[in-house]
Design a protein around this ligand. Sequence first.
Ligand code: SF4
Length: 80
Amino acid sequence: MEKNKITNTFNQIVSGYSNLVKSKLGLSSDSDEKIFKARRAICNACEHKSALDRCLVCGCPLAAKTRSLNPLSACPNNHW
Ligand code: SF4
């Protein structure tokens, strides 16, 4: 059980940061970038976004979280 949780967390981190690198290099698809930008706009307006650009509910860095396409990375408050 604990191993699955660690694996899931690792997969989410890999997805988020690999897509962050792809975005920075201009390698993301237009459809993925639309998803990332829509999520980003929601997080930027959210009361749970910290000054250090983290989600105060789950603790994740938003630059990666908003780019993870792993379904387990969804907003913990169901905003996206
Ligand atoms: S992930 Fe959800 S709760 Fe966290 S900052 Fe973004 S919108 Fe807010």
